[in-house]
Design a protein around this ligand. Sequence first.
Ligand SMILES: [Zn+2]
Length: 139
Amino acid sequence: MNGKGSKVYSVLHGVCPRCQQGKVFKFAPYKKLDFAQMNDHCTVCEQAFEPEPDFYQGAMFVSYALSTGLLLVVGAIMIMYLDLGNLLTFSTMGVLAVGVLPIIFRLSRLIWLNFFVRYQPLRPDFAHDGDVLSTEGKE
Ligand SMILES: [Zn+2]
């Protein structure tokens, strides 16, 4: 279900939904402050990572759902089992919301991109640098 070829693989590994080899984001999520920097195209298959202007506006709905779900679960666990008081509970949830922002941001964009781009394994004659190998003189 979440092996190579599935959308779950593409989302969890942060790779191109089409070839599942090229990285979508330039850096690891917490490596640089600008966690949102994406590659324009897949370095392997040339899939555009922003197929049209403002493509990722719809990813805001995914981001909203992910962050709301996370905070509801964490908040419910803290209120029902830890009993830390309102101030500590809600300030912890605020810190958590800011702390997981890079992860939520990336997951929502990856999920949104995977809604619209299908997995297409590379043909064997497709070079890893993005060029199709010439088949001339290879008989
Ligand atoms: Zn690709």
